[in-house]
Each structure stands twice: as C-alpha cells, then as structure tokens.
Ligand binder design. Structure first.
Ligand SMILES: Nc1nc(N[C@@H]2O[C@H](COP(=O)(O)O)[C@@H](O)[C@H]2O)c(NC=O)c(=O)[nH]1
Ligand SMILES: [Fe+2]
Length: 231
C-alpha cells in the first residue's frame, strides 16, 4: 500500500484532504445573448475550484443537471428529488468511498437549486458532513442581470459585443422581467425583475470581482469550519 505525502502542497492541514468541494449550477439555462447557457455551472465551478486551490481541499468537479421551480421556464431542468437521488447522492457516495472524504462543501450558483432541505437526510444516509453554500445566488442579484454579467466578465465568458441586444423584450429571462408566470408565482423573482427594470444591465468588472471574491471566501470559511469539526 503506497504511503501518500499528505503534508505536500498548499494545504491548511493534512486533514484538508478529507474535505471535498463540489460545484452545482445549471448547464442548460438561457442568460440572454451575452452569457452562455452554462453560466451558472461555470460560476459555481470557478468558486469551488478557487476555494480548493486556496485551502488544499479536494476539488470534485461539477454536478450535471439542475433543478428549477416549475413556474420558471428559461432552461432545461429536473425535479429537485431527481437531482438529489440520481445525480448528487451517487456522486457524493462515490467521492466519499474513493477519496475517503469526511465532509463536502456544495457550492451552488443557480437560484432554482432549492436543495438545502435535503441536506440533513443526505448527511445521515451518506455519513458525510455536508455544507450547502449558495452565497453567490444570495448576492448576485437578478438572473442574467448586472451581477451575473459582471461575474461573467471576470471569468471571460461574457460577450459585451452583444450588450445592446440585452433587452427583455428580446430575451425575457433577463432579470426574469419577461417571465410572467415566474413573477406572479414568486415575490423574490418579481422584486429582482423590478430591480433589473429600474437599473438595467451594467457590466462592471469591480462588481464582478467583488461578487466572486465574496463567494470564494465564503466557501473557504466553510472549509475552515469543517476542519474544526472533523477529528
Ligand atoms: N432560477 C431561479 N432564480 C431565482 N431567483 C433569482 O434569480 C437569480 C438566480 O439566477 P441564476 O442564473 O444564478 O440561477 C437569483 O439571484 C434571484 O435574483 C429564483 N427565485 C428564488 O427565490 C428561482 O426560483 N429560480
Ligand atoms: Fe440559474
């Protein structure tokens, strides 16, 4: 049996090898003409990878698939139960077994992944400490709005040459301004839509950097807290 060099690399401590960081977003979701359909997965993956690089935690990649409320129709999504049972649970089970993990931080960057209430049972069934981190969704503001576009600008996935086409009458998903059913069904979405209507879409690299840094530092804090938790 090979003895691994657990003390090597930019690690917080040898225990950090037992903590995984996995990204969860959405790969198939319209974000207007200036951002790709997998914007949420790319933002989540950046945050998860950067947090792993800064702490030495295991980067576990990205989950395929995403959930969404039925009244939000801007992409291709699955039911939350299906995402948990068919994607998240088997992936975490395999990671725990193969990498001998004791804990995982799930970095979510898609507003429709309303999975926090599933975490308790998941921890129980997998005998795994799990932290659900949705910091980016909490701070970015409206869907495909200034916040997401600015983060996309920093990641190099935003096409500002198409900014003049970023009009809700052409792309109703922007700020969810044109998603009538979603706005009538969810006060949060309606509020975000009204903010977007008022403020417009303004790409700002300083805002983008600040949002991403805030989200990465949030995931780093979760990893540090888990280090104190696992013995
Ligand atoms: N997709 C859903 N989003 C939201 N909320 C609003 O959208 C963004 C999330 O956009 P993403 O592209 O990152 O998914 C979020 O910041 C909110 O402004 C929902 N509303 C939740 O309360 C939702 O149900 N689905
Ligand atoms: Fe999303």
């Amino acid at each position: 049996m090979v003895r691994l060099n657990l003390d090597a690399g930019n690690i917080l401590s040898e225990k950090v090898h037992r903590i995984g960081v996995i990204a969860l977003g959405s790969h198939l979701e319209n974000h207007g003409p200036a951002l790709p359909i997998d914007t949420d997965s790319k933002i989540a993956s950046y945050i998860a990878l950067e947090a792993a690089l800064r702490t030495g935690a295991r980067f576990l990649g990205v989950i395929y698939g995403a959930a969404e409320f039925p009244y939000v129709k801007h992409g291709i999504h699955m039911e939350p139960e299906e995402l948990v049972e068919k994607e998240l649970k088997p992936t975490l089970r395999k990671a725990r077994r193969l990498l001998k993990l004791d804990a995982v931080v799930i970095v979510n960057a898609h507003g429709g992944n309303d999975l926090e209430d599933y975490m308790e049972d998941l921890m129980e069934e997998l005998d795994l400490e799990i932290v659900w981190n949705s910091r980016m969704v909490e701070i970015e503001g409206p869907h495909a709005g200034s916040g997401e576009l600015s983060a996309g600008l920093i990641l190099g996935i935003a096409d500002l040459g198409r900014l003049d086409e970023c009009r809700p009458e052409l792309y109703p998903e922007i700020g969810m301004i044109g998603l009538k059913e979603a706005r009538e069904s969810n006060r949060e979405i309606d509020r975000a839509a009204r903010t977007c209507e008022k403020e417009g879409i303004n790409p700002d690299p300083v805002l983008g950097q600040r949002l991403l840094e805030d989200a990465v530092e949030s995931a780093v804090r979760d990893i540090k807290n888990l280090l104190d938790l696992i013995d």
